[in-house]
Design a protein around this ligand. Structure first.
Ligand SMILES: Cc1cc2nc3c(=O)[nH]c(=O)nc-3n(C[C@H](O)[C@H](O)[C@H](O)COP(=O)(O)O)c2cc1C
Length: 394
């Protein structure tokens, strides 16, 4: 959908700025009841503090990511998601000034598929009216099951508009934003935040308690400061401190690269769920691996298979997942936009693949999806390996 300059600015101001700050190529952007009797007791696997009114029984979820957490990637991850498992699914951050006027069906950031459930879209904003109108539309027209408020976006534009991580500078106002959001909906409202501006744990606790007192149903903490953006490493000890000092569920986020990492994060911090961002683009089957460890059945259509684990198995699955993503992107997005989204995905996931830079370079040369699909077939006709961990750079 073509957006006018002004609309584009309002819709995804962060996305556009993000494109120049960290990426050149940023896009403009059933259950099988027959098995139930053999199933483990999923309730015992659920987060100990209920999320989405207790519907969530799986302790890991996808992070909201501009240009990445779109319908095609969510569908890809769902195809790898264990049967019988339920988690929350994000959108990219959505500017609350745009949602009231946007076509939610055709706008790339709000496209969704009918098969998607438990969607918790993320909004960016700080003004009562746009938030109220956005939440109403997302709840009544779009089918949101929860609303997440972004208090972590660190780009300049968010700071100048006083939303995103800027809200972390004013604990009282941030709590007001939660109050105004909660007031307009029956849905649970959550907040995704950072470590603030200077790793001040006393302030972080005061801040989070304000959100809790205003009716936030859960929070997600990505414990990096605004200034760090995504550099350095996430300080998981802050997740533990916050979890110990509030009563609502806490989702921990930052630097999870493998299923093992997700389990360590939960063990070390006591957090209710692990949220995975960048690494999920490299291994969208990470939830399958976790599900297998936790006793969930394989994903629909993969019954009797084990999740890929070795570098070779993961390398081959990465190739298959890219081919599937190409199909899904073509189902949802027009050609050029789809190609940009695909390349951005390869750029994000490539660092885990030996020769990922070569794959990315080739993806930039493909002029259309026919060329892209041929390139993928050729590239993955040879064996490739996926590293468990890589240096997280972007
Ligand atoms: C390309 C990109 C876009 C992002 N966009 C958003 C966003 O829209 N909203 C948000 O709350 N966080 C956003 N983030 C931050 C992630 O949700 C997550 O907090 C961060 O990447 C750390 O998690 P990870 O180490 O698992 O990637 C973005 C991250 C990336 C890499």
């Amino acid at each position: 959908m073509a957006l006018s300059g002004d609309q584009t600015d309002l819709w995804s101001s962060c996305a556009l700025e993000a494109s120049s700050s960290f990426f050149d190529i940023f896009p403009t952007v059933g259950q099988d009841k027959g098995l139930v009797s053999q199933m483990p007791d999923f309730q015992s696997l659920s987060p100990s503090r209920p999320i989405l009114n207790g519907a969530v029984n799986f302790r890991a979820c996808m992070a909201p990511m501009v240009g990445l957490s779109h319908v095609a990637f969510r569908r890809l991850c769902r195809e790898y998601f264990p049967k019988e498992a339920v988690t929350i699914w994000p959108t990219e951050m959505l500017n609350s000034r745009r949602i009231p006027v946007e076509n939610l069906v055709t706008t790339p950031e709000t496209m969704r598929s009918d098969c998607e459930t438990h969607l918790v879209p993320q909004i960016l904003g700080n003004e009562e009216k746009p938030i109220e109108l956005s939440v109403k539309r997302l709840e009544e027209e779009w089918g949101a099951e929860g609303i997440d408020i972004n208090m972590g976006c660190p780009v300049k534009k968010a700071l100048s508009h006083n939303y995103g991580v800027a809200l972390m500078g004013d604990a009282k106002y941030a709590a007001e934003v939660v109050k105004m959001t909660v007031k307009g909906t029956k849905l649970p409202v959550s907040v995704k935040l950072r470590a603030g501006h200077q790793n001040d744990t006393t302030y972080l606790l005061e801040f989070v308690k304000g959100l809790e007192g205003s009716g936030a149903s859960w929070i997600t903490l990505h414990p990096r400061t605004a200034e760090q953006k995504r550099r350095g490493s996430a300080d998981w000890s802050q997740i533990r401190t916050v979890r110990e000092n509030v009563k609502i569920p806490v989702i921990g986020n930052g630097d999870v690269q493998t299923a093992e990492d997700a389990k360590i994060l939960m063990e070390q911090t006591g957090c209710d769920m692990a949220m995975v961002g960048r690494a999920l683009t490299a291994r969208p089957w990470l939830f399958w691996q976790l599900g297998e460890d936790w006793g969930f059945p394989a994903p629909l259509g993969r019954e009797g298979e084990r999740a890929p684990r070795t570098p070779e198995e993961e390398g081959a699955e990465y190739g298959r997942s890219l081919m599937r993503l190409s199909q899904l992107i073509q189902e949802h997005f027009p050609g050029d936009l789809g190609l940009r989204k695909f390349r951005f995905y390869v750029r994000t996931s490539g660092p885990w693949l030996l020769f990922g830079h070569d794959l990315y370079a080739r993806s930039t040369k493909a002029k259309n999806f026919t060329e892209l699909d041929e390139m993928l077939k050729d590239f993955f006709s040879r064996e490739h390996t996926l590293a468990a961990r890589t240096e997280l750079r972007q």
